[in-house]
Design a protein around this ligand. Structure first.
Ligand code: B16
Ligand code: MG
Length: 215
């Protein structure tokens, strides 16, 4: 029986995946590195430093660890500048309504995000208080596909992993959910991963999928 739903943030709750792309693109262009949306899809759910390593596969030079940290910090500055313009109006109505409906049905709601900016984003878009627990990049040592972020979310909720369902837009997120022993529900890009237990046509479709699971 499913008692809790753990949501990925970027690309599921809010389209900050687009802002990550813009920030990385600006950084890559400034260094003359080829970067496109296909490469960007490999960054979904992956930590900031691991994302940089993927982007640097197209870079011919050699960088020290310190230089890499500086580049990642610069990207985060671009990203935070865009995040500072977010308001509750950036949240799709169907997302907010679906979360409220699930909460009223008695499900515990949590965030399971690799992002260190997750709490800031949730506060900016006015959804922070809707979640019973937030597990993010600040409380993990390994990013998705490692299950740590989801296991921590279940621990914060005091609910067993097998009673949790995860909603993810990243293939690595689906792998992480399965490794955590949770039900994996895919949306957008993650629907390509055959390991997903369910695929959503839209965010609000989650209500009927959860009702179906309950039967
Ligand atoms: P930050 P999610 C992930 O968030 C993003 O998908 C990924 O592209 C990003 O690199 C990662 O967070 C770290 O984000 O730089 O803000 O700490 O999809 O797991 O919610
Ligand atoms: Mg995501």
């Amino acid at each position: 029986m499913i008692n809790a739903i753990v949501f990925d943030l970027d690309g599921v709750i809010i389209t900050t995946d687009e802002l990550h792309y813009k920030a990385w693109k600006k950084m890559a262009d400034s260094m003359g590195i080829y970067f496109d949306k296909k490469i960007n899809d490999r960054l979904r759910g992956v930590s900031r430093m691991s994302s940089l390593d993927i982007i640097l596969e197209k870079y011919n030079g050699v960088l020290s660890e310190n230089e890499k940290v500086q580049i990642a910090n610069k990207k985060n500055e671009h990203y935070r500048k865009m995040l500072s313009a977010l308001t509750p109006l950036n949240v799709e109505v169907e997302v907010k309504e679906t979360l409220v409906k699930l909460s009223k049905k008695g499900y515990k709601l949590a965030i399971g995000s690799s992002s260190k900016n997750a709490k800031y984003i949730l506060k900016r878009i006015g959804l922070y208080s809707l979640f019973d627990a937030i597990s993010d990049g600040t409380n993990i040592t390994k990013s998705k596909p490692d299950p740590e972020v989801f296991i921590k979310a279940a621990t914060f909720l005091d609910i067993e992993p097998k009673a949790c369902a995860v909603v993810e837009d990243a293939s690595d997120g689906i792998k992480a959910a399965k490794a955590a022993g949770m039900l994996a529900i895919a949306i957008s890009n993650a629907t390509l991963n055959q390991k997903a237990d369910y695929c959503l046509k839209s965010f609000e479709n989650l209500i009927s999928v959860i009702d179906q699971i309950r039967k």
